[in-house]
Structure formats: C-alpha cells, structure tokens
Design a protein around this ligand. Structure first.
Ligand code: F3S
Length: 293
C-alpha cells in the first residue's frame, strides 16, 4: 500500500490563527467563550473545551468581563455590538481575508452597488458578510437563482471564500450577461484554491481517496465533490472511526486530503491506523510508503 497526502491539506492560516488566538485567551484567568463552534471540527473543538473553552449558543449578560472569541468565519456588526453591550471582552479572530472582503463590499455599497454573494445563505461566513452592510445583499447559490437576476444596474459580485471556482465563474457570467455595470470580484481564498488544486491533482493519480473533515465543513464537502469527480473510490470521513479499513485497503495507491478546519493530528491518526492495519493484515516486511505529493 502507498499513502499519498495532498500537498495542501488541513488547517488554513485563518483557522490556525483563530485557534492560536483562542489558546492564548485560554491562558488568561478569566473564562473564555466562543459564540458557536470555533471551527467546523468537533474533535478540535473538544480539545479546546478540555483546555477550558466554553461554547455559547447565544449571548447572555455577563458582569465578569469574560472573553468571547469571534470565530474565523466572522460575525455581523450587530452581533459584535451585542457582545460588547453584554459586558464581554470581545476577541476578534475573524480571518483577515474576510476583513478585507468586508472593506471591499462596504466601499462598493457606498458607491451605489448592490452586493451579490454566490454562496450558501445559511453559512455563518455569509451571514457575517451580509451583516457588514446596511442594504440587503442578494445571496444566490444555483444557476436558476442566477438566471432570475435580470435588468439590474450596478451589481458587485463576490464569492463565499470556500466556493468552487467553476461554479463562481459560471454563475457570475450568467448575471453579467443579463445586467448592466457588473463588477465581478473573485473572493475565493487562496487556501481554498490550493486545497482544491492539490485534491484534483492527487485524485487523478491514485486508486482511492480519503477526504477528512468535519460533517458541517463546507470546504471539505467541496473537496469531496472534486475528489469524486476524478476518483470514483472517494471516501468522506470525519475521523479514523468512520474509515472502513477493509474497504479502503483493497486499493494500492491511496490519497488523503483534508479540509481547512481539519487538524494535523486527525490526519496523522488516519495515516497511522492505515499503516498499522496493512502491516498486521498482510504480515509483510514491506513498509507502507507515506509521501507528500
Ligand atoms: Fe480564511 Fe480562507 Fe481559511 S478565508 S479562514 S484562510 S479558508
């Protein structure tokens, strides 16, 4: 068996930064909360909970100056104000890429553009982006929705940072053709592009692919979509416990990729278990080769 790990897999810098900021806050003497799961990975959140992180579903009033970390996905301006009003020490771990998108759309709004976002309207990142402007953004996620935008003027199109490039280009082109003065800003982040490219490259070269990431991780779902396109034996797992070893180890060349909120230790666990299992199973003296390609 040969195991290949995608060149760009696992934590992106925005998620890594949010975790570093949270761990630093956890060193302080006051209680540290996050509003919702800090990242879309329950296992990593579980590790932070063990270090003392408290996950809040909603903001309650506090008079003890507790820390409240805004996750890398960002939050609406209204929510940030509510956090401060309720007595929390706000620690903003919003990804800098999103902060720069906020500035872009605020400027575009001031210049009279209507903001159009291609992405999932229920995703926290999109809710956070919509909450940076005072007018309503149009959020679409399908060809049908793009076709319904017609005869409008001054549209400023951006993307969810984890979108598939093909989808963004296709939908923005549909809107461009039926409207006037359309500005298209591809705001898919570089970390996403690199993870998608590495997944495509690797899935073309192996017999089976394992895509690791939290069930609710949008960017992992997209990696899985891309992987399946080029390698029909693609498996989507959250941790090693979801992996059917008998099923996967039928294949000789196995590729591994992981979403931007998947920690290195979960990837290592998967590699380790596969490697151990194959040695036990075949009783061979041959070492499984683990390579980054
Ligand atoms: Fe930021 Fe991109 Fe990660 S927007 S949180 S670096 S996926």
């Amino acid at each position: 068996m040969e195991i290949y790990i995608a060149k760009n897999a696992g934590f992106c810098f925005g998620v890594k930064r949010a975790i570093d900021i949270t761990e630093k806050a956890l060193d302080s003497t006051v209680k540290t909360n996050s509003l919702g799961l800090l990242i879309h990975n329950e296992q990593e959140v579980g590790r932070l909970k063990e270090k003392g992180l408290n996950v809040l579903d909603e903001i309650k009033e506090t008079n003890t100056n507790e820390n409240l970390v805004i996750r890398s996905h960002g939050e609406t301006l209204e929510k940030k104000n509510e956090i401060i009003k309720n007595g929390y020490n706000l620690i903003d771990a919003t990804c800098p890429i999103l902060l720069s998108i906020y500035k872009k759309i605020q400027k575009a709004e001031d210049e009279g553009y209507t903001i159009v976002i291609i992405g999932d309207k229920n995703h926290p990142e999109i809710i956070g982006i919509c909450g940076q402007i005072s007018t309503d953004a149009i959020v679409i996620n399908s060809i049908e929705e793009a076709e319904r935008i017609k005869n409008k003027k001054n549209l400023y199109i951006i993307s969810q940072t984890t979108n598939l490039i093909e989808k963004f280009l296709k939908l923005s082109d549909i809107i461009d053709r039926s409207n006037t003065n359309v500005v298209i800003k591809n705001t898919i982040c570089n970390a996403t592009k690199l993870r998608q490219q590495s997944t495509i490259e690797l899935s073309k070269q192996v017999d089976a692919m394992i895509v690791i990431g939290g069930k609710t991780s949008s960017n992992t779902n997209k990696l899985y979509e891309l992987s399946k396109k080029h390698c029909k034996n693609s498996f989507r797992i959250e941790t090693v416990n979801d992996l059917s070893l008998q099923e996967v180890l039928k294949y000789k060349k196995i590729g591994i990729t992981a979403g931007a909120s998947t920690p290195e230790w979960i990837i290592e666990e998967v590699v380790q278990v596969m490697d151990n299992y194959s040695k036990d199973e075949f009783m061979e003296q041959v070492e499984g080769s683990i390579t980054k390609i």
